[in-house]
Design a protein around this ligand. Structure first.
Ligand code: P6P
Length: 346
């Protein structure tokens, strides 16, 4: 279809304002600020090789991971966009040890929403020109409006999210999000700087033939994961499946949602609680997966039912086509002893 006929993200947000009557446009303004920040980050990601913005920033985040310059830059862009416009009342980021209280110019902030964000996921791929992404998750605050946000506003179950999405900075830049009414994908036209509804009502195929996992950790995986991988690789029925792993959650998820597939980041002896963070990676991707007819669990229970206890806590992550996730869960169920990872020391 001629692109000029495609709805823009701005028009789509306004058309869907009806779902948020009680928010006097605050929710729409929040999505619009994410849209702006995504365009700014995209501009830098797309020319990263040309300016001194590649490589490590010389610092590490709370996870002890080297902060890449673009990581820090992307975090600054999203922080400044939200704080300057006072659109949310608080924000938590993979790149910030603590959550940030957004104070209004009058000292108070009557906004209702908090956002959690992984500003640049897959950042180890930046220097080698492989796609990276931004992941965001939005909740309504649970503490008193007008008071500074507190940790309880961020430690909510994923089932309480009001919206979630990602930006994938790939061969094209796309913003994919849900506000609880399905998943829609918007492709950026860099020539005119607008996102257009290129992928309406995105749905995970019920089944697929792609599995995404870092098989380099095989010897450290729980037995249930090892058994599932052998199942994927055996010559039987419509198998063996294809292994595809980009090392960037957003990119692997996006491909699997379009083609069908499963992404797994299990526990291992290297990471007894897995690697991915519950609040700003697993919960938003789980919300998208479920809204697209897929599934997301820790191998045993629904990701969005897990009650968070820490801002940066990690969980194992099995996400994608519902039949594939359920098959993996069948193998995990044979080893209930591996379900109690949360009680292990990190
Ligand atoms: P590994 C990127 O750091 C990330 O959080 C995900 O985007 C990606 O899928 C995973 O970690 C890659 O981790 O251990 O396989 O390099």
């Amino acid at each position: 279809m001629e692109e000029i006929n495609l709805t823009t993200l701005g028009e789509f947000i306004i058309e869907n304002q009806k779902h948020y009557k009680s928010t006097s446009g605050e929710f729409s303004r929040l999505l619009s600020s994410i849209k702006l920040a995504a365009k700014i980050v995209n501009h830098s990601v797309s020319k990263a090789g040309l300016v001194d913005i590649l490589g490590a920033a010389g610092d590490t985040n709370i996870q002890g991971e080297d902060q890449q310059k673009l990581d820090v830059y992307a975090n600054d862009v999203f922080m400044k966009t939200l704080v300057n416009r006072e659109i949310a009342c608080g924000i938590a980021s993979e790149e910030e040890d603590e959550f940030v209280v957004i104070k209004g110019k009058q000292g108070t902030n009557e906004n209702k929403y908090v956002m959690l964000i992984d500003p640049l996921d897959g950042s180890s791929n930046i220097d080698v020109n492989v796609s990276v992404g931004t992941i965001f998750s939005i909740y309504k605050r649970v503490t008193k409006i007008g008071t500074p946000v507190q940790i309880e506003d961020f430690l909510q179950c994923g089932s309480q999210q009001v919206a979630a999405g990602y930006v994938v900075y790939g061969t094209s830049t796309m913003l994919v999000y849900t506000s609880g009414h399905g998943v829609n994908g918007f492709t950026l036209n860099p020539a005119i700087g607008s996102f257009h509804l290129s992928h309406p009502n995105m749905m995970f195929p019920k089944d697929g033939k792609i599995y995404s996992i870092n098989e380099g950790n095989y010897v450290h995986f729980p037995q249930g994961v090892k058994d599932y991988l052998k199942y994927c690789q055996e010559e039987k029925d419509n198998r063996p499946y294809t292994s595809r792993y980009i090392g960037s959650l957003v990119s692997d998820f996006h491909r699997n949602m379009i083609k069908g597939g499963i992404y797994l980041y299990p526990t291992s002896s290297i990471g007894p609680k897995g690697k991915l963070r519950l609040l700003y990676e697993c919960n938003p991707m789980a919300f998208l997966a479920e809204q697209a007819g897929g599934k997301a669990s820790d191998g045993y229970k629904r990701i969005m039912d897990i009650k968070p206890t820490e801002l940066h806590q990690r969980v194992p992550f099995f996400c994608g086509s519902v039949n594939m996730v359920e098959k993996a869960e069948e193998f995990m169920a044979k080893h209930p002893e591996d379900a109690n990872y949360a009680s292990l020391d990190s």
